[in-house]
Design a protein around this ligand. Structure first.
Ligand code: NAD
Length: 423
């Protein structure tokens, strides 16, 4: 499974939902009003036309976008998506979101995002390769290991990142693997990247349990989604003593009051086309029922908008750690806060992925490979520190951790800007 650079996927306009949280945090931060535009307006928006020869000999022109939202903290970082719905508003929102995400975990990156309006499912491998190379060529002045570092996102994977690295390297007459992350291991990808997001979810969960005085060895959990993030999070939680009573995927949810053997369930999934259908060591329930199980910890790690005002009232967990992007709708937020459930928001909880992306870039730049143990220790520390910063801010300002996460990120960027200055 390829690493996907984190991005929010709310059904409502992502730009609006990002702005809503930004505005709330901005008011509380009490910083100069002129910082509003400095933090909000993207630094660079590039739109290119990309003529590509299709397999039938015809030439089709695709639209490619790259938005660099901020370079205040360092070179910008963000994925490239191939999707028929790519549009400037969405890319702008996702680029800003990357700025806040990198800032919250305190890695020296700004935020960016890119996309090409195309349908990769209807294109041949050759057509996709030519498109990726054409996009890279058009973005030679934008990308760069010290300027803007792309990564995979929806519709792209390590395969496209390898082409990007190759095309960029050819143009400069030397191998420049630090220009992109999410590469195959043999091209300088990082160990630990596959499990990184799930591992971060585990670290955030254990940190939150400490605050709530929940002993992991006596704790129970339910995990929605058994893909890259959900299954690794569940396995690592189990390793830390948590009893995972429920797991789920598109085929339904699976419950066992004595706990599910996660490694066994992962093996089952891998032998059954990636699905849990037919898993017999648990009782089948619905995904809706999974969300309201009487457990200590709920990890939504499947998709956006699964916790809504329809089901939030029934949630019994004391703690929600958002592995997925945007799993909780804004209206559900209110209900959950009223119930006193602690929510570790997506922008923090699933930042383990971008953290190991950063490690990939660092390793490429120093020309050395770190051991898995070193990567895990360093990413655990980054996640734990970020959790503490956000938790302490939420206590100080008496706000939910979601707003606190935005506050931490925005303050860091604003403070850095004050030192760097503008014209
Ligand atoms: P994935 O495709 O590997 O897994 C998704 C899982 O969710 C699958 O098990 C699928 O069957 C299940 N699922 C889909 N629809 C469902 C539904 N309606 N009910 C229950 N289960 C359902 O994806 P992933 O990489 O694990 O990503 C999951 C979420 O985490 C997404 O929101 C993604 O944006 C976010 N995220 C991923 C990463 C990463 O590194 N992969 C990083 C940050 C955020």
């Amino acid at each position: 499974m390829t690493y996907i650079e984190p991005a929010p996927l709310q059904h409502e306009s992502p730009l609006e939902s990002m702005k809503q949280r930004f505005n709330e945090a901005f008011k509380l931060l009490n910083i100069s009003p002129e910082m509003y535009d400095i933090l909000m307006v993207p630094r660079k928006q590039v739109v290119v036309g990309l003529p590509v020869t299709m397999d039938d000999g015809s030439v089709k022109v695709f639209e490619g976008i790259r938005v660099v939202h901020s370079t205040i903290l360092g070179p910008s970082k963000g994925g490239i998506r191939f999707d028929p719905d790519v549009n400037m508003d969405e890319v702008k929102a996702l680029a800003a979101w990357m700025t806040w995400k990198c800032a919250v975990v305190d890695i020296p990156y700004g935020g960016a995002k890119g996309g090409i309006r195309c349908n990769p499912r209807e294109m041949s491998t050759g057509e996709i390769e030519r498109l990726m190379r054409a996009y890279t060529g058009a973005m030679l002045d934008v990308f760069g290991p010290d300027r803007d570092i792309p990564a995979p996102d929806m519709g792209t994977s390590e395969r496209e990142m390898a082409w990007l690295m190759d095309e960029y390297s050819k143009s400069y007459g030397m191998t420049v693997n630090a220009v992109v992350t999410g590469k195959p291991l043999v091209l300088g990808g990082s160990l630990g990247r596959k499990e990184a997001t799930g591992r971060g979810v585990m670290t955030a969960s254990i940190s939150a349990m400490e605050k709530l005085r929940i002993n992991p060895y006596r704790a129970t959990a339910a995990v929605q989604g058994f893909g890259n993030v959900g299954s690794h999070a569940a396995a690592l939680l189990q390793e830390r003593g948590v009893k995972v009573l429920g797991i789920s995927d598109v085929t339904g949810a699976y419950y066992n009051e004595n706990g599910i053997d996660i490694l066994k369930a992962m093996r089952y999934r891998d032998q059954h086309k990636g699905l849990l259908e037919g898993y017999s060591e648990a009782t089948k329930i619905t995904n809706e029922e999974l969300l309201t199980l009487p457990v200590d910890l709920l990890v939504p790690a499947a998709k956006e908008d699964v916790i809504t005002d329809d089901n939030a009232g029934g949630i019994q967990a004391k703690l929600i750690v958002e592995g997925a992007n945007g799993p909780t709708s804004a209206s559900a937020d209110e209900i959950i806060n009223e119930k006193g459930i602690l929510v570790v928001p997506d922008i923090l909880a699933n930042a383990g992925g971008v953290t190991v992306s950063y490690f990939e870039w660092v390793q490429n730049r120093i020309g050395y490979k770190w051991t898995l143990d070193r990567i895990n220790r360093r990413s655990d520390r980054i996640m734990k520190d970020a959790f503490d910063r956000v938790y302490n801010t939420s206590q100080e300002y008496k706000v939910p951790m979601r707003i606190a996460a935005y506050m931490v990120a925005m303050k860091k960027v604003a403070d850095t800007y004050k030192f760097r200055g503008g014209y």
